[in-house]
Design a protein around this ligand. Structure first.
Ligand SMILES: Nc1ncnc2c1ncn2[C@@H]1O[C@H](COP(=O)(O)OP(=O)(O)OP(=O)(O)O)[C@@H](O)[C@H]1O
Ligand SMILES: N[C@@H](CCO)C(=O)O
Length: 308
């Protein structure tokens, strides 16, 4: 008798760069570097395979965050799988500020939802994965693509995640300089103060608003002027040797702006030309500070998580 194939779903999810300078925990952009998640319902057991980035460090047991989000989706769908096989193939470096965990979580949630008959909406998936991450600015662009503005709005005992997508900037390139050392998001968030000067808060409110307008109107002169931060980058700079000099070198080489990618340590520069010169300037400047890095030229990605 012909064996029926085990139901399998494959999902591809983009990397993301969060904050985009002043938009701490609010702005994020999807980039064309991907994690691949494959989920199969099996007769028994829960198996996790990992290849690519993080293969040596990502757990294969119940602590694996992707397995945890898959289980939560099945539970919400009222389904109890006899067994699951999870295959993770990662191109996004782990703990480097490019949204590796967000991409993996979104991939797992979308794959599980597909196998459960798509009973959860995108909004429900967004809020489930945000609850794992604690902030929406990687998750939302990983799910929806493009540039996404997000806010967490408390409503009684529930927190609604409100997200709105802007088309990615046309003709813009993102040069990322990825140091060879990891920086856990948790550690980078612990470096932040509980209170900031009122003038710094106002600085970021104005710059975040203007960054959004610059993207909406493709106003690159404006973007170059306003993509600055006072809420998180100054407090994280001691964790990334040479960060300020790398920003200056990127701009001198032709970048419109250069900021910390998410919680770092990756630094990201936005440019429309001279991308090779920008990448070289970032790499050489990091090297002068004793930091070895890999540079990649990436493009903003209009599409988020996709079942393939
Ligand atoms: N692709 C992945 N698959 C499974 N677990 C992952 C993956 N990427 C990261 N993790 C796990 O997510 C947890 C949080 O990682 P952390 O947020 O510090 O790094 P990250 O999400 O990879 O980095 P970043 O958000 O800066 O890109 C870590 O325990 C890590 O093992
Ligand atoms: N907004 C988050 C992004 C983490 O990728 C932070 O900066 O901690």
């Amino acid at each position: 008798m012909r064996e029926t194939a085990s139901p399998t779903v494959r999902v591809i999810v983009p990397a993301t760069t969060a904050n985009l300078g002043p938009g701490f925990d609010t702005l994020g952009m999807a980039l064309d570097l991907y994690n691949h998640v494959e989920l199969t319902e099996t007769g028994e057991g829960f198996v996790v395979d990992v290849e690519g980035e993080g293969a040596a460090s990502i757990p294969r047991n119940e602590s694996n965050i992707v397995l945890r989000v898959v289980r939560q989706v099945y539970e919400l769908a009222g389904r109890k799988p006899a067994g699951l096989r999870l295959r993770l193939r990662n191109e996004i470096p782990v703990a480097r500020g490019l949204g590796s965990s967000a991409a993996a979580l979104v991939g797992g949630a979308v794959a599980a939802n597909e196998l459960c008959g798509n009973c959860l909406s995108d909004q429900e998936i967004l809020e489930i994965v945000t609850s794992f991450e604690g902030h929406p600015d990687n998750v939302a662009p990983a799910l929806f693509g493009g540039v996404v503005v997000s806010a967490m709005i408390a409503e009684g005992d529930r927190t609604e995640v409100v997200s709105r997508k802007i088309p990615p900037p046309y003709g813009m390139r993102a040069i990322v300089a990825i140091p060879d050392f990891p920086l856990a998001t948790k550690r980078a968030r612990n470096a932040l103060p509980a209170v900031v000067p009122f003038k710094d808060a106002v600085f970021n409110v104005s710059r975040t608003s203007m960054v959004i307008l610059a993207f909406i109107h493709n106003d690159w002169d404006l973007l170059a002027k306003v993509m600055e931060d006072r809420l998180h980058q100054p407090y994280r700079e001691p964790l990334i040797p040479g960060m300020g000099d790398v920003f200056s070198a990127a701009r001198e080489a032709g970048a419109l702006a250069a900021v910390l990618s998410g919680a770092g340590p990756t630094l990201i520069a936005f440019a429309r030309e001279n991308t090779a010169e920008v990448a070289q300037a970032m790499e050489e400047t990091f090297a002068r500070h004793g930091v070895s890095c890999v540079t990649k030229e990436l493009k903003p990605c209009a599409v988020g998580a996709k079942v393939i």
